[in-house]
Design a protein around this ligand. Structure first.
Ligand code: GLU
Length: 489
């Protein structure tokens, strides 16, 4: 058996979207699962679509995601060059195109723009498509040579018969047959001498010994033309896996507008690389058992491309957030603290124990930016309504809270040790003297020091972080507030 060799073959045209990263990831996993090689090839023959800096994004993303390539522009593995514009310099594409011309599988076309524009167009899938009428296929050999000698601009086109059908095989979609009459004689070599993306892709996959090709199913419609090229050359085509579309929650094509389309944007929004990679692995693939959290190593071990599904994959940001939260929970605390610190610092100007705050939020947040809503009250008690003191289960009311807080103030003023444990003991002592339930006291205290329904810690944990002075100031302010509000009735 041939060694498995896969490639990620991006065109450097901009950001790396979730769909791009999924293709790269699946290619990587197929290779690594089989002990094969994963290669990076830059497809930059379409000079008009080239975007400055896009290649750097590709390198950065693959590197960050841990998809280390075995071969690529920066790592020669004997199949280089790995950038198509450089491969072109050796004349490889022209050489192969000429081979097809010799076999009658391709032909020179000298038609100028005017003539092409006069040709009939057809509406295919809502788009206007020009079908070339094979005019130049019928030029005599002498005419062709004379045109070439005269330096007349030309393209080379694939010669697809008008009759019959072309059949190709895709791992997910099975056998697909199309009528040849529907296939245009696509351009292989453009008038600027560059190969078209479709042609270079086939020549390179073959000459670089690629065994498996994974890509979005928007390429499915070109696949028959690819098949004809493989057949014309007498080459065996690689295993093709056209991946299902990724849609947003409304089953619309995932777009920039959905706000979560590019990898770097997701990272900027506070997602962890490992979580994004894990999540993307499951956009179209599922393991045999019910596992959802995978390290990259586990994915390599478990990834079986036969289990890729062809139904559209829904990019569910809620699920991704949940997954990210699982990663945060499992993260080593020191690492978590290091990453959480900037987010904590952004909301708090007070000199508080950030480490304790980080420990409080670690299991409560899904992404780092969630930290703000959990800890903002440490900076300042928000405006809140006294009705928050009424809690059915705790059996508290604003009136009962006022009484408890008033009684507690002198106790907490006398209290020297403001550690969580000592404060907890002090409050429990008061609870038992009063003969009430714990919550009857903890609820008003927690409300008083935070002004929030939900806090990342209990009353005494919050007071430990706030310290004696600030805690007392908040308790006194709460008493004053309750006094004013309960007097109002
Ligand atoms: N250059 C193509 C792209 O960026 C790659 C398609 C393929 O993998 O064959 O979409």
């Amino acid at each position: 058996m041939n060694k498995v060799r896969t490639r990620y073959a991006p065109s450097p045209t901009g950001k790396m979207h979730v769909g791009n990263l999924r293709s790269a990831l699946y290619e990587f996993l197929i290779a690594k699962h089989a002990g094969g090689d994963f290669m990076l090839r830059i497809e930059d023959t379409d000079q008009e679509r080239f975007v400055e800096g896009a290649t750097e994004i590709i390198y950065r993303t693959l590197d960050k995601a841990g998809l280390e390539h075995d071969e690529g522009p920066d790592k020669d593995g004997g199949f280089g060059p790995y950038v198509q514009s450089e491969r072109m310099k050796s004349g490889i594409y022209m050489e192969y195109a000429r081979k097809l011309v010799e076999r009658g599988e391709a032909y020179y076309c000298f038609c100028d723009r005017e003539r092409l524009e006069s040709l009939k167009t057809e509406i295919v899938e809502g788009k206007e498509i020009m079908m070339y009428d094979k005019h130049c296929l019928f030029l005599s050999e002498e005419e062709v040579q004379a045109n070439l000698a005269a330096g007349k601009p030309f393209v080379i086109r694939q010669n697809i018969p008008k009759e019959g059908t072309t059949t190709f095989h895709d791992e997910l979609y099975g056998e697909i047959s199309v009528e040849n009459a529907e296939l245009d004689d696509m351009i292989l070599i453009k008038s600027d001498g560059y190969p078209t993306y479709n042609f270079a892709n086939v020549v390179d996959d073959h000459t670089m010994n690629i065994t498996h090709v994974v890509r979005g199913n928007e390429y499915l419609s070109s696949a028959p033309k690819y098949q004809r090229l493989y057949d014309a050359f007498g080459w065996e085509s690689p295993v093709y896996i056209h991946l299902p579309l990724i849609t947003d929650e409304n089953h619309k094509k995932l777009s920039k507008r959905s706000g979560h389309a590019s990898f770097e944007e997701l990272i900027d929004q506070g997602f962890l690389t490992e979580a994004v990679v894990n999540y993307i692995a499951l956009l179209g693939w599922s393991p045999e058992e019910n596992q959802e959290i995978f390290t990259l190593e586990e994915l390599i071990e478990k990834f079986d491309y036969h289990r890729i599904s062809k139904s559209p994959a829904v990019f569910d940001i809620v699920k991704l957030k949940w997954m990210n939260g699982e990663y945060l929970k499992a993260m080593d605390f020191d690492k978590f603290y290091e990453m959480a610190q900037p987010y904590i610092r952004k909301c708090l100007t007070k000199d508080l124990d950030f480490k304790k705050i980080a420990a409080m939020v670690k299991t409560r947040i899904e992404i780092f930016p969630d930290i703000a809503e959990h800890i903002d009250f440490f900076e300042q008690v928000p405006d809140y309504d006294s009705s928050m003191y009424a809690h059915k289960k705790m059996k508290t009311t604003p009136e009962s809270s006022l009484e408890v807080l008033k009684e507690l103030l002198p106790v907490l003023e006398a209290q020297e040790d403001y550690s969580n444990d000592a404060l907890y003991d002090a409050l429990c002592k008061y609870v038992s003297e009063k003969g009430c339930k714990n919550g009857y006291v903890m609820w008003p205290v927690r409300t008083a020091v935070s002004g929030k329904q939900m806090t990342p810690g209990g009353a005494t944990e919050l007071m430990e972080v706030l310290g004696k002075e600030e805690s007392l100031a908040r308790l006194r302010a709460a008493v004053a507030k309750l006094q004013a509000d309960t007097a109002k009735g």
